[in-house]
Design a protein around this ligand. Sequence first.
Ligand code: FES
Ligand code: MG
Length: 579
Amino acid sequence: MTETKKTADQLRSARWFAPDDLRSFGHRSRMMQMGLGPEDWEGRPVIGILNTWSEMNPCHLHFRDRAEDVKKGIAQAGGLGLEIPTISIDESFTKPTSMLYRNMIAMETEETIRSHPLDGVVLMGGCDKSTPGLTMGAISAGVPFIFLPAGPMLRGNYAGRALGSGSDAWKFWDERRAGTISAEEWVGVEGGIARSYGHCMTMGTASTMTAIAEAMGLTLPGATSIPAADAGHKRMSASCGRRIVDMVWEDLTPDKIITPAAVQNAATVAMATGCSTNAVVHLLAMARRAGVALELNDLDALGRTTPLIANIRPLGSSEYLMEDFYFAGGLRALMDQLGDKLDRSAITCTGKPLEEGIAGAPVYNDDVIRPLSNPVYKEGSLAVLKGNLCPNGAVIKPAACDPRFHRHEGPALVFDSYPEMKAAIDDENLDVTPDHVLVLRNAGPQGGPGMPEWGMLPMPKALLKQGHRDMLRISDARMSGTSYGACILHVAPESFVGGPLALLKTGDIVRMDLEARTLDMLVDEDELAARRAAWQAPEPRFERGWGYMFQRHVGQADQGCDFDYLTAAFGQAAGEPDI
Ligand code: FES
Ligand code: MG
């Protein structure tokens, strides 16, 4: 334990348990109903273990067990750990898209913490939306917290070759559609691509977001690289339990960790790992919860100057996956390689500067974790485009697309809905050339709804048969972090709310210039004005429930898609409940 700033009577939980009054009688007697006694809570930090375990979430299947390790660590440090199940939104099964529910995770987390006698929390997450959702909520709640990452699953295997989550599914599906692999091989891939619990083991959204959490100082040093099935993951879980108790005594609240320097570090690490484009939306939202200013332009600037040094799929070598990254030294080693590109004085959840956790972390394989002098790409993890198609921005992963698309002009082929596009692209007589620009609209935060990961628009069968595997594609959707290709995403404002993408017509010429960071439709102003006047807003997607609230309050992609009333700028938190 370092410096103690809190005394036992200052514990937040003491407000529930200490007073000699009727309400506290109720709280204490209900603790006793659970078999606990005053010796369990008096003078001890009460730690909520917010567990996203679920049998509908294969990425978090080990969390039921890990919660016990956390609890053990909490007890060792003199705290009381209580496991609290929270909503588990997984990436594979949740429809129409898990993104519809990220803010629900955040709201549940914030309100659960605020309304209960908790002095600190351990957040158990990892599958894509759980990391930003849990941390956004905990940032707003303001009590000390530590993030326990689920860890990546073991590498996939089929017929002796390594398989990567997502990436290989897309790749083999294209081959299946092109008729180059058999149904039997396809089934073999299906059984071999996800071999254990844990999150996706490419540098997809899960690995990117947990890396961001670690770089922001929200995890123990090195925690995010440990494979879920490794015994080290259990030990790390217990360490999280021990550490959160001390964080409570030190009063190490999130505002002391999530500073502008921490956010900058997180964004830099994201670029150096070849981040999922989803990181853009989540980072903006997390920063806004913490009241730290972050704009798309800041991320573009970092994308231009940060070399990509993690040689992992999907942007890096097809040979390497997260397990290789762990054995090569993991995120601590990667961060150390970044030298003064990081603000090493930023305080982490350890209570110490980032420097202490990363200095001298060895690299065991410098082909996987590259030195700055030998990057996978000098730049290009991410670029932000602007123009008359996306006045508030759109993003692309330059390193993930064929360089011939870095500057491109071609006719648009526009679809208004996913089913319409799906029907067309399988038509072998579709009138499409490799120069065409495939466009899907009404797939943004409100249009999707929930901004689904449709942005890696499927290649038209006609082009696949000719041997083409990439073309320029534009949408207001997101794409999976494991996707690749010349895909322009997150067009803002989205077409559903009348963004200019809504005005584009099939046959219009679209021009993209990566170097100039522009994306435009070459349609003259008068014509655009006429189309704008004729445009009619579509019917809202929801008439009730969560979706009804979502569509009224969700922000656009360039703002992080948080609800307007949940950002730090909107207003003060409700404060402590009246007990
Ligand atoms: Fe959970 Fe990919 S499905 S991380
Ligand atoms: Mg994903």
